[in-house]
Design a protein around this ligand. Structure first.
Ligand SMILES: Nc1ncnc2c1ncn2[C@@H]1O[C@H](COP(=O)(O)OP(=O)(O)OP(=O)(O)O)[C@@H](O)[C@H]1O
Ligand SMILES: [Mg+2]
Length: 252
């Protein structure tokens, strides 16, 4: 396991960019998320782990506005955004990727990114922004190619380019790395680390244990909707309840 990145002193002292307080989500009689609280500072990577059905995606959806929590509060830069829809959150600097990436297949790589760049820019400025983002994720040589022709690793990078074109302060990544081969995994890890180093707050759900443990500054482990353990990756990885929860699960 790679050592976790050290959070810079300024980042660790900064006020939280994003906070969730006592989030509970129920579906009928099922409590999918129970009383989860978390905070993310600029430059910080928060990893969300837990066995299948633990409630990670539901929590993610509640944090990003795709599901309304039954109780609890979501705060962005001190403002209560619990009831804001995803689009309004995007305008305030929150962006998310989806577990199953969905580019506009008929559009080119550049056009896919342009759609997002138009949130803050128009015309030539949007185009420049889109090119800059493609450069950043290493897709500028594919700009004119139809998105449908990209392989999985490039589709994942396109997904990242699309959210970066929204110029977020806070990024939610839903399994951006799972399913990639080791070199492509390493590329994504490098990109995500660079983004955090440039000051973005990042919340990520990822099943590949060594990847999330290596990238995250702080880990939250859920099971059956509840908080099982949290802390730095080393602490969480050695927590007896976490080991028990994962016993028998593969590291991929
Ligand atoms: N829309 C929904 N309606 C009813 N139940 C749901 C809904 N979404 C999720 N659930 C239930 O909530 C629980 C948590 O599911 P969730 O998808 O959040 O888990 P997860 O940790 O993301 O799992 P995985 O690792 O398999 O993706 C599960 O029991 C699931 O069946
Ligand atoms: Mg899930």
């Amino acid at each position: 396991m790679t050592a976790p990145a050290i959070l810079s002193k300024s980042a660790s002292n900064a006020a939280p960019l994003f906070e969730a307080r006592n989030i509970t989500v129920t579906f009928g009689g099922l409590t999918a998320v129970k009383d989860i609280s978390l905070a993310v500072r600029p430059g910080e990577i928060l990893g969300l782990i837990g066995p299948n059905g633990a409630g990670k995606t539901t929590l993610f959806n509640a944090l990003t506005g795709f599901v309304t929590p039954s109780s609890g509060q979501v705060m962005l830069a001190g403002r209560d955004i619990t009831k804001l829809p995803p689009q309004a959150r995007a305008r305030l600097g929150m962006a998310r990727t989806f577990q199953v990436e969905r580019p506009f297949e008929d559009l080119s790589v550049l056009e896919n990114v342009l759609v997002a760049a138009f949130l803050h820019h128009s015309g030539r400025q949007a185009e420049n922004r889109a090119y800059a983002v493609l450069e950043r994720v290493g897709l500028s040589d594919r700009a004119t190619q139809p998105a449908a022709e990209l392989n999985l690793a490039r589709r994942r990078r396109l997904e990242l380019a699309k959210v970066l074109a929204l110029e977020p302060k806070l990024l939610f990544l839903d399994e951006s790395i799972a399913g990639l081969n080791p070199p492509a995994q390493a590329e994504m890890v490098g990109l995500i680390r660079e983004l955090a180093d440039s000051g973005l707050g990042i919340v990520m759900v990822e099943h590949i244990m060594h990847v999330i443990m290596g990238l995250s500054h702080h880990i939250i482990c859920m099971a059956f909707g509840e908080l099982l353990a949290e802390g730095d990756p080393e602490t969480v990885a050695h927590h007896p309840d976490v080991i028990r929860a994962y016993l028998g699960e593969d590291d991929d």
